[in-house]
Design a protein around this ligand. Structure first.
Ligand SMILES: C[C@H](O)CC(=O)SCCNC(=O)CCNC(=O)[C@H](O)C(C)(C)COP(=O)(O)OP(=O)(O)OC[C@H]1O[C@@H](n2cnc3c(N)ncnc32)[C@H](O)[C@@H]1OP(=O)(O)O
Length: 286
């Protein structure tokens, strides 16, 4: 069905850990990389806790929990990605950091037809592609938070991506991971964030201007439009730093006021109130 059996995931934050979990649960050999031993330990704990929760809720059996954990290995050395068939980069939404990772992956991954993918939400894929000597094998595979729950992935070919890479990525995400794939052009925000981010920014502006309380804004969309979570709760889930970075990339690309981040968002990011991951954002968390 697919020639992809060994997957590497760069970054074990909420997205990286979720992507690694999805791949390991699909039966793949998954190696996860982080920059430091401490970050790796935090990431491993996040991932294993999520797997244990899946077992507690009866989504996987005790045997599956054990075999899934055994398929996961962890490293701080990207050199160990030499034998990977597919690498998915899921680090912070920063073009320079991502570009450097793609340069390193290009050096270390030996299989000539390996796919180098990014989970970026908004950075042009072509910039990551041309940082490598194999721009035809670079593609965006964008997952949604929480990755083990959300059915969708966006596939984003750069101008340089080959049809073969795109169709292998599609078969992999749909047939192996069981996701639904949609395709988008390499334009900041792709499909989902191009629609979602202006909505989240509008909600933050509404809250900032005092039109309604955070609870009333969120209840408005949860009870009025049947959204699973309101926009302020969702911003906290995504991470306010990520919402801000995606908004900046989109504003940079289109120069449209609807993508401009409201001052409150930036102040909260500056204050380190990044949402669930730091324990406080629009709401506070244990
Ligand atoms: C910005 C980026 O580029 C792109 C993005 O990621 S945009 C963000 C997209 N994500 C969304 O819009 C999320 C919207 N919210 C939701 O879908 C839901 O509120 C939610 C799944 C987060 C939580 O659902 P909710 O019903 O409130 O809570 P809960 O009952 O705890 O969870 C529902 C199911 O999801 C599972 N789940 C929740 N969080 C999970 C996680 N982090 N990992 C794995 N499973 C999880 C639960 O186990 C439960 O499964 P079950 O029904 O089979 O037992």
């Amino acid at each position: 069905m697919t020639d992809i059996e060994r997957v590497g995931v760069v970054g074990c934050g909420q997205m990286g850990a979720g992507i690694a979990e999805v791949c390991a649960r699909a039966g793949l050999d998954v190696k996860v990389a982080e920059t430091t031993g401490e970050a790796l330990e935090i990431g491993r704990t996040r991932l294993f806790n999520s797997l244990s929760k899946a077992a507690e809720r009866g989504k996987i059996s005790a045997e599956e929990l054990e075999s899934t954990q055994a398929r996961l290995t962890f490293t701080t050395d990207l050199g160990e990605f030499a034998d990977r068939d597919l690498v998915i980069e899921a680090v912070v939404e920063n073009e320079q950091v991502k570009t450097e990772i793609f340069q390193v992956l290009d050096q270390v991954v030996t299989r000539p037809d390996a796919i180098l993918a990014s989970n970026t939400s908004s950075i042009p894929l072509v910039k990551l592609a041309v940082a490598t000597s194999r721009p035809d094998h670079v593609i965006g595979i964008h997952f949604f938070n929480p990755a083990p729950v959300q059915k969708l992935v966006e596939l984003i070919p750069a101008l340089t991506t080959s049809e073969g890479t795109l169709s292998r990525a599609q078969v992999f995400t749909e047939k192996v991971l069981g996701k639904h794939a949609i395709r988008a052009q390499d334009r900041s925000g792709f499909v989902v964030n191009a629609l979602l981010i202006p909505y989240l920014l509008s909600a933050i502006r509404m809250f900032e201007s005092g039109i309604a309380s955070r609870e009333d804004i969120d209840n408005g969309m949860e009870m009025g439009c049947a959204h699973p979570m309101g926009p302020l709760k969702l911003s906290d889930l995504i991470g306010l730093d990520t919402v801000a970075s995606v908004a900046y990339s989109m504003y940079e690309e289109y120069k449209e006021p609807l993508y401009a981040a409201p001052p409150l968002l930036q102040r909260m990011v500056d204050a380190g109130r990044l949402g669930r991951k730091t324990g406080s954002g629009f709401y506070t968390y244990e």
